[in-house]
Design a protein around this ligand. Sequence first.
Ligand SMILES: [Zn+2]
Ligand SMILES: [Zn+2]
Length: 343
Amino acid sequence: MKKMRAVMFYAPKQIRLVEVPLPSPGPGEIVVKVGAALTCGTDFKAYRQGHRVLLGDLPAPFGHELAGTVVETGSGVIHLKNGDRVVCANSAPCDECFYCRRGQNQLCDRLKLHNGAYAEYNLVPAHIVRHNVWKLPDALGFAEAALSEPLACAIHGAEVLSTALGETTAIIGSGPMALLLIQALRAKNTRVLVFGRDRQRLELARQAGAHEVHSAHDVDPVEAVRAATEGRGADCVFEAVGQSATWQQSLAMVRKGGRVCLFGGCAQGTMVPVDAHRVHYGQISLHGVFHHTPLYFRQAVELLGRGAVRTQLLIHGRIPLGDVPAFFDANHERSGAKVAVIP
Ligand SMILES: [Zn+2]
Ligand SMILES: [Zn+2]
């Protein structure tokens, strides 16, 4: 039996490069030779503490942002062929459940997250092949294309808040997701203010297209937003940190009638006190946003394909597959580092 190398997750802080059987596709499935996989904050979080939703039963294949070349197709696959350069989403909706039938694909009852990007080959399940594998424009590299997954989440956030021309949006946070949010919002012609702590990251936020960046060490973010909006507050606020304090801050910096998006996922069990008077009389809308849909994924591939995203701000270097365990061991405390894994 032919073998391939893959990084498997055994337990928190225990991942190993091992040899596993080379997959072969069943009906509707494809095998993709991984061209590049990207490390992601979610993977670092899973590495630190485990992640039932992401990984399922252990040991589990690891990594979920990947692009590569189709090398084998199962019976019934007609829209893809060997040699196609593609990006594969890490999920696809079932199209049959209560939520899918109401257009809320990201909440699909049967959403099962697909992993195994840190490997030489990936067996893509039939439902993802059917709904969420996209061919790449020739000029788009594999590592850049693999940004489609997080970018699709950012586009989802921008769509849910319906940010519009002429509006001011504040983003709390300056990590990779904030950099993608900035660019998704710029694509919608929104004025973007960014608040963070790390000065290097704030500089990246500026290069990504933020109109103003502020260090929370230097200014009170709520005061700064008011000063930039004639005292009203921002039309939209994205909390891209995932902590109770910044979630409260996001509510304080939005204007009457404005929209707030909890984009950064808080730890399970997090409770946030909310100024109910302000939410009611100020008619403030609070939105949770999770994951992406095939529509947003396709839009992400299109944005990347026409060079509308400054990908070099997000991808900080390349490492071989064999270095993945050591890289996670060294970097899991600072989830910000995104590198391309080249098998
Ligand atoms: Zn990701
Ligand atoms: Zn469904």
